[in-house]
Design a protein around this ligand. Structure first.
Ligand code: PLP
Ligand code: COI
Length: 339
């Protein structure tokens, strides 16, 4: 296998133009078959709803190079289903699970030499998206849509990787109580840009949002879900209709229960009760598992296990999850699609 000239061990989460992307257009009530193209730019109408009214959604999933050279795609059916939910929320035509997964497979195969080698800790990040396009000006669903999938080799999203990162609670909200928080739509991320920048300018990895109604309960990071490990062998994650239902979160809850003997609780996580957690983390496709060293709230810093070292339970969860993703540990049924 010949690899492009990339420093695989030092990959961050940055855009790199890879060779091919999949693209299909929805017109006259149906999706075209779709093709792989080299061009990484789009020509769309100036009136596209994606540009003005945020009618768009996206996904994120990863393909991993295994020790034996084979390729693992992690739970693509879950991303396909979540994209259908996002499309329904924004009145966009969705794609079937089969179509979504086939597009991902085509893109992985066409860009196989961009998959980071086994042992580098990187993966090929796939970014499927659907956008409303076509001539339009009123606030209404678009007349046409584009479904596309591109890919990028990536390393750590948060630069500390598996070293603890510091977070701060934001006063801003990323989503409304009955809004679009549980859908993976661009508007949520637009709302998170300023709070995220303020956090980073103050030396934090990112901010954590509270529930928009009472500002008393932890919801999530702008790019990952929150979880905590209690002193009683429990893994706890916020239950909220405005949090994105993360596939990594769902996966680690199942692994924690079935393989690590932890009790799983999905419930309110009050920001005034951080003392109940011995360890805390942020989890997501891009973030993988990022240990939270501290959370700053109302000018007080709450330190978890250690600001320097990863706690033992998060270490175990990380090893189990990434072991499955890279093919070193057997996966629960249906989690891995071999490409
Ligand atoms: N929450 C937000 C806001 C996200 O952007 C992500 C990333 O996709 C997650 C949570 C984690 O979701 P997943 O584990 O499916 O990547
Ligand atoms: C992901 O983890 O896939 C995300 O979408 C997070 C971030 C890059 C927005």
């Amino acid at each position: 296998m010949s690899y492009p000239n990339i420093d695989w061990k030092n990959l961050a989460f940055d855009y790199i133009k890879t060779d091919f992307r999949f693209i299909s257009v929805w017109k006259d009530g149906e999706w075209q078959e779709g093709i792989l193209i080299r061009d990484n730019s789009l020509k769309i109408s100036e009136g596209s709803t994606a540009l003005h009214y945020g009618q768009q959604c996206f996904e994120g999933l990863k393909a991993y190079r295994c020790k034996d050279g084979s390729i693992n795609l992690f739970r693509p059916n879950m991303n396909a289903r979540r994209m259908q939910h996002s499309c329904n929320r924004l009145l966009m035509p969705s794609v079937t699970e089969e179509f979504f997964i086939q597009a991902c497979i085509d893109v992985i195969k066409a860009n196989e030499h961009f998959i980071p080698p086994y042992g580098s800790n990187g993966a090929l990040y796939l970014r499927p998206y659907i956008i409303g396009v076509g001539d339009n000006i009123g606030v209404r669903p678009a007349p046409e849509y584009i479904f596309s999938v591109f890919c990028i080799p990536v390393g750590n999203y948060f630069k500390n990787g598996m070293k603890p990162s510091d977070f701060i609670i934001s006063n801003f909200d990323r989503a409304a109580p009955n809004g679009t928080g549980a859908a993976k739509v661009g508007g949520n991320y637009a709302a998170s840009l300023m709070p995220g920048n303020i956090a980073k300018a103050n030396g934090f990895a990112d901010c954590i949002y509270l529930d928009p109604l009472t500002h008393s309960k932890i919801e999530e990071v702008g790019s990952a879900n929150f979880f905590g490990i209690s002193y009683n062998n429990e893994i706890i994650t916020p239950k909220s209709s405005s949090v994105l239902p993360g596939i990594t979160k769902l996966s680690i809850l199942q692994l924690a229960q079935e393989r690590l003997n932890l009790k799983v609780l999905e419930e309110d996580v009050f920001v005034s009760e951080l003392d109940r957690f011995q360890e805390a983390g942020a989890c997501g496709t891009a973030a993988v598992i990022t240990p939270i060293g501290s959370i700053t709230y109302l000018e007080k810093q709450h330190i978890f296990y250690s600001k320097e070292e990863v706690g033992p339970t998060i270490r175990k969860i990380y090893n189990e999850l990434t072991g499955i993703q890279f093919g070193d540990i057997s996966a629960p049924n249906g989690w891995i699609l071999k490409i």
